[in-house]
Write a protein that binds this ligand. Sequence first.
Ligand SMILES: N[C@@H](CCC[C@H](N)C(=O)O)C(=O)O
Length: 284
Amino acid sequence: MNNGSNTTRKATSGLPFRKMHGLGNDFVIVDARSAPDLITHALARAIGHRAFGVGFDQLVVLRDSDVADLDVEFWNSDGSRAGACGNASRCIARLISEETGKSDMSFKTDHAVLQARSLGDNIFSVNMGLPQLAWDQIPLAGPVEDLMNLPLPGSPVAVGMGNPHMVFVVRDAESVDLKTVGPNLEHHALYPERTNVEFIHVIDRNAIRMRVWERGGMITLACGSGACAAAVAAHLKGLTERKITVHLDGGPLEIDWREDGIWMTGTATHVFDGILTREFLDSV
Ligand SMILES: N[C@@H](CCC[C@H](N)C(=O)O)C(=O)O
């Protein structure tokens, strides 16, 4: 007989997760502090599948930390790892604030320890750190004369934010066929670790429009690290102030390039909690 306790026992032997998003850039968050650490490249890809799994733009794994409130890992849906994810960082800040009651918090990514702050109403600021503007930090395949004008049609800008970015300033970001140009640019030989690709146009000195093709092989509704890279590129080209609004498909992000780093401010949304079943986990 299939009674309730049997169902519960089966479910709890699975893997709990939390679904969150930042401006429609969506995440599955697995807490490896309280659940077995099961994540492999294959499992990340399987969870990321929008038909056969849960679906996400990035998977986030949380661990105990010696130096911050949490250690975190970011995974793309193709199973690759990323050093930064701005939108997920605001979601992590929310999670820490709900867990600890703190309004100032920190967490360690593969790239750096990031500071974050709750501003109320589910709005969070994260200091994404200073941009990387040296070819070997981004990294590029070799020395390039001018990072502000890469030797490619459209002369994009190379910026690192703990992950690589290639930013094109164009007349009209809406008209770019991201699906066609994105994959080739992501895999361009100039970027040995592949790259995220942003297309921006300037609205005025305080605002830009941005669309993104993310490393990992997808168009997303928003990219926080990409918005920071775009703000750096636009400012260094003399087109915008240091503090701007970046208008993404999923909504606006405030980016403020200060002396201590680039502060990114926006919403963090908790959508639902779930449990990956043992049946699903065993099928991978
Ligand atoms: N969506 C993210 C960036 C996620 C990682 C990226 N695809 C990479 O591989 O570097 C963001 O909000 O920053």
